[in-house]
Design a protein around this ligand. Structure first.
Ligand code: NAD
Ligand code: IPM
Ligand code: MN
Length: 357
């Protein structure tokens, strides 16, 4: 029987705390299911700088390339902010080296989460942000800084826009069939170009409705009318900013996972948040973002929608039982939340067995 190979990058500060939770849930949910996997833990980020003076050592990259999927917690923090190569540089490098041009960040306010949302909710909120991840101002040259000035470069070519746009329209076809492109086309040349290229891609998807929004207005609409959206497509920097905002309307940034994919090779799964140095070592980090990343890996890299579903309903049950970390207003620890999620999974597995005798 084939064994799924998963590279595990725990990273820094709360990274190892939430990764532990994620791996415990993975072990529990796959027990007696026929899903067999092997994890390969490797150094990444600040941890790798300390050990190997490099946030993305060659061996780490090689392990990722040879795996079926990559699971990452979070990297970075004040320890390495002055390093010549920061943990964040390693993160950008791994995204680029694995050609992970499309980053999917879901915003779904489940019934269980509704009481914790800071906004008033009428209709169901369920949209995804598709963020371009390997080009734009994060990567393009020239980039320089001297005593007098600094330069970053926002550049996109047609191919880079087309491939991520296709991911967005394909996804919309499987969802509510609507794509919103977010840009700053009233000012930026790159945004005008995105509109040209994306409107042509849209013509290949007559069953998907398509509109556009300026990014400043979108920052408002995510709060005022989040139910209107299905697939939000945008470039790298806007996607970074809007996805943290979108996360917070579900109740906490600490609950949102993500998936990054390319055309071939392993996909990478990670929470959208960072290493949260302010709460590290206290056993209060919300493990849900990591546990949902595990659900995504099972669904998307290993076709185990059934196991993903089990995890997600166990999370909802845990929230309904008010076992939550402080970011959601609760008083439970990381370990307690994880334990309750595992118990719910095990109960649902027992029920399943009983129903099938
Ligand atoms: P952050 O996302 O780490 O934290 C922002 C706020 O959200 C903090 O108050 C934090 O306590 C809270 N938070 C985040 N995750 C949480 C969780 N699971 N449970 C409870 N609360 C949580 O952002 P930051 O503080 O701006 O950045 C810290 C470091 O993380 C920086 O070095 C940054 O570059 C890095 N970072 C890494 C990633 C990544 O690894 N993908 C993403 C974003 C930021
Ligand atoms: C994220 C993070 C990264 C980004 C940083 C840490 C480089 O904020 O994954 O959202 O900006 O992409
Ligand atoms: Mn971010």
């Amino acid at each position: 029987k084939q064994i799924a190979k998963i590279a595990v990058l725990s990273g820094d500060y709360i990274g190892p705390e939430i990764m532990k939770a994620g791996l415990e849930v993975l072990a529990a949910v796959s027990q007696n299911t026929g899903f067999n996997y092997q994890i390969n833990p490797v150094a990444f980020g600040g941890e790798a700088i300390d050990k190997y003076s490099d946030p993305l050592p060659d061996d780490t990259l090689k392990t990722c390339q040879q795996s079926d999927a990559v699971l990452l917690a979070a990297i970075g923090g004040p320890n390495w902010d002055q390093a010549p190569k920061r943990p964040e540089d390693g993160l950008l490098e791994i995204r680029q080296k694995l050609s992970l041009f499309s980053n999917i960040r879901p915003t779904h306010i489940s019934t269980a989460m509704q009481p914790y949302s800071p906004i008033k909710i009428g209709q169901p909120v369920d949209f995804v942000i598709i963020r371009e991840l390997t080009s734009g101002i994060y990567f393009e040259k020239p980039r320089m800084k001297n005593a007098n000035e600094a330069v970053d470069t926002m550049r996109y070519n047609k191919k880079e826009i087309q491939r991520v746009a296709k991911v967005a329209f394909d996804m919309a076809q499987r969802r509510k069939k609507h794509v919103t492109l977010v840009d700053k086309a009233n000012v930026l040349a790159t945004s005008k170009f995105w509109r040209e290229v994306v409107s042509k891609v849209a013509q290949d998807y007559p069953d998907v409705t398509y509109d556009t929004s300026y990014v400043d207005a979108m920052a408002m609409k995510i709060i005022s009318e989040p139910e209107k959206f299905d697939v939000i497509l945008t470039e790298n920097l806007f996607g970074d900013i809007l996805s943290d905002e979108a996360a917070q309307i579900t109740g906490s940034l600490g609950t949102i996972p993500s998936m990054s994919t390319g055309q071939t090779g392993p996909a990478l799964y990670e929470p959208i948040h960072g290493s949260a140095p302010d709460i590290a070592g206290k056993n209060i980090a919300d493990p849900i973002s990591m546990i949902k990343s595990v659900a995504m890996i099972l669904e998307h890299s290993f076709d185990h929608y059934d196991l993903a579903e089990k995890i997600n309903s166990a999370i909802d049950q845990t929230i309904q039982a008010k076992i939550m970390t402080p970011d959601l207003g609760g008083e439970s620890t990381t370990a307690e939340v994880t334990e309750k999620i595992i118990n719910s999974i095990q109960e649902s597995s027992e029920e399943y067995v009983t129903n099938n005798v």
